[in-house]
Design a protein around this ligand. Structure first.
Ligand code: 13P
Length: 238
């Protein structure tokens, strides 16, 4: 079965209720691309309202706790995200790995919690600039995969080189192609698992990146905050 394209927007810590007009604006692009799935991960405060007006757009969380409930002030469980209207959750984003010291073992537990709650975890991996400079990119990503993947293969992978996030720098097409092929070779269900690229994806580079064989979509940060840009990326998917 051919893998579907998935264009996902990660709003990170951006967005107020007034921002949700975005969903109306991207709806024509989401509707017109029958072979492309579109996902928006707004901040948790907006998930309920976003899900109510999402139409064809899937809604995701940006993180979840490993437990379904309990004494964990400030945390949000996968079950709560699902109840709020999410069907996906991003886990192991490099900003959480860096800002909150999240280990790959914790990311795996979060992915398992997401699956148990009926969500599809989007598991993020990616090397730092020094890893790449030192020729360790594949080794680092391979180790992250080894430690972060749950037993059940119901997940999406997002390859986001840390040095390309929010910097305007993107990996070269050759490097993206090589890393995606490497990741696919390491996955137990490689032929069917979606692997997205993330890191400064924008309308100007989306068509080239998305046309690569092993790239099944994009995880978009900054350019997902503007409906025109995000819509153009959806249109750029092959
Ligand atoms: P940018 O698209 O802003 O580089 O962010 C990528 C990202 O981290 C998406 O999760």
């Amino acid at each position: 079965m051919a893998r579907r394209m998935l264009i996902a927007g990660n709003w990170k810590m951006n967005g107020l209720r007034q921002s949700l007009g975005f969903l109306e604006e991207i709806r024509p692009a989401a509707h017109s691309r029958r072979n492309v799935d579109v996902l928006l991960a707004p901040p948790a405060t907006l998930i309920v309202s976003a899900a109510e007006i999402a139409g064809p757009v899937k809604i995701g969380g940006q993180d979840c706790h490993i437990h379904p409930s309990g004494a964990h002030t400030g945390d949000i469980s996968a079950e709560m995200l699902r109840d709020a209207g999410a069907s996906y959750v991003i886990v192991g984003h490099s900003e959480r790995r860096a800002d909150h010291g999240e280990s790959s073992e914790l990311v795996r537990a979060k992915a398992e919690a997401a699956q148990a709650a009926g969500l599809v975890p989007m598991i993020c991996v990616g090397e730092s600039e020094s890893d790449r400079r030192e020729g360790k990119a594949e080794a680092v990503v391979g180790e992250q995969l080894h430690q972060s993947l749950p037993g059940s293969t119901a997940y999406v992978i997002a390859y986001e080189p840390v040095w390309a996030i929010g910097t305007g720098l993107t990996a070269s097409l050759d490097d993206i192609a090589a890393m995606h092929a490497f990741i696919r070779s390491k996955l137990p269900d490689g032929a069917t698992t979606q692997i997205l690229y993330g890191g400064s994806v924008k309308p100007a580079n989306a068509a080239d990146i998305l046309s690569l064989n092993d790239v099944d979509g994009a995880l978009v940060g900054g350019a997902s905050l503007k409906a025109a840009d995000f819509g153009a990326i959806i249109e750029a998917a092959p």
